[in-house]
Design a protein around this ligand. Sequence first.
Ligand SMILES: O=C(O)CCC(=O)C(=O)O
Ligand SMILES: [Fe+2]
Length: 559
Amino acid sequence: MFLIVLITIGDLRLPIAMTRAKALARIATSAPFGLGRATVIDPSVRDVGEIKASKVRFDRRAWNRELKPVLEAMRVELGLPDGRLSARLDKLLVYGPGQFFKPHKDTERSDEMIGTLVVVLPSRHKGGSLVINHQGETRRFVVRNPADPLLRLFAFYATCEHEVRPVSEGHRVVLSFELRFKCAGKKGLVEVEPALEKALESWFDPAREPACSYAPDAEKLVFLLDHDYSQRSLSWQRLKGVDHRRAEALHEIELLRSFSLTAVKPAHFKALLPLGQHHGADFCQTLFAHWSGVYRPKALRKSASGSRKNGYGRGFDRESDRHRLDWLSSFAGFCRRVNALNDDAWKAVVEPVFDTLYEIAIKDHAKHHAMVSTRSRRQNVARECTQIQSLLEAAQEINGSKVNQIIVMLIQELEHYASEVPVVVLEHLTKYEAEGKLDKARESLVTTTRKLVKQRAVTAIRAKDDWRIDVPASCKCADCQMLIQFLQSRDRSIDLPLAKERRQHLHGRIERYEIPVSHSTRREGRPFVLELRKLHKLFVEAAQEHARENELLERAVLA
Ligand SMILES: O=C(O)CCC(=O)C(=O)O
Ligand SMILES: [Fe+2]
């Protein structure tokens, strides 16, 4: 048994007594999580207290001695090649009653990180089971008799989605480690299959008979990897299990360099389409299962439509969403090819891929609509237009109901979108021969768009002497109320003697909301004076806005 010492509260004896667990929860701070490059705190996603590794001390020697054979067994179990698997403490986590962590994938913080090791410390609690998904298999790990003086270790790849269900009673205390792996370098692990060399030679032999109808001019040979990899972990050194053994075999016959490792991209579809036609539905669906967040080939097999009734967790891994969105620009082209082929296996794949792209794109838009600054919202307008147009083009290749879905969403969310978006959609739709059913939705979009744009054009008009400024009231503090009162009045300037912190609060708010008001400090008297002056650009911007909305209105009328 080993001893954990927390710098702030001293020895932590195992099993952890209830009073001790409560003390831990008190000193823990809200744990953030990675969202793309940012680190955010959002208790609806992750509600747990953390204590940083720097505050946790334990006898690392004793710990490493105990852990070494366990890590070696884990390395083998995880299907990793020869090398060293090590664990580096990341943090101590305390889940009190009601606390949880929604489904997510851990960010790979270093090139060597391959996964996570969770050590559940003995501490009385109920609930808080750990649910891990690996290649379509979901396993739930419940710690029975959590107060028994045992350490429970769980290791999983960084590519595994996992979650911690809410704790219902007591405290779940865990040490979370980053699992790192260093490959031992090449060793003749594999018995070289002489047949492999021969097969490859003949595959590329220009004189050979076409080996199969779907690859008549075999310029390339493609292996699909069996394991799941993140963009970061996709390298020869970090291949897992059977993938690793295949690469080793190619290495043995000195052909590894002829192959490159890459994630499946739309550019590969020309080559993959005939393969999919040949191998059928399972092949096509498996190829996309991870991509679209549903790894359920068997379930997909049962329902040809690929229905996604059962909820599945979505990771909070922005980067992968961004990679997936890269597909959008070429997706309509892919759908067109699939239609031309008239192949059922591929057709069944196209719809879930569309659904995924749609979901990510709309979620992305909602995120931008929530931004407080007008400038940052406007910056995204062009992208939103392009994305919706790409979705529409793909939807048109799939079926009318997908087009309808986009239009209905847009009508519902219209007030959050800049006018350009529905106008571009309307212009796009005039070129689209729709079925009768669609006409209604389109008509409704025409009406709502015209009404909204007209109203926006009118609202933008600003009388010459109208200095009133409207801002959303978010902060309720007395200073902000005073600021809002000044903004909404016809007054052009105000001087506010305020202490430093209060001035800074207002500076921040004016900048964050891009309020057209200059804000400077007159360093005179005590406290100094915050001088607020409404800016003439208020009128310039209003005129520009009015002109833009009018122009869009004309386009909306023509469309
Ligand atoms: O508490 C656990 O078991 C897992 C924690 C976790 O998923 C994380 O910290 O990323
Ligand atoms: Fe995690």
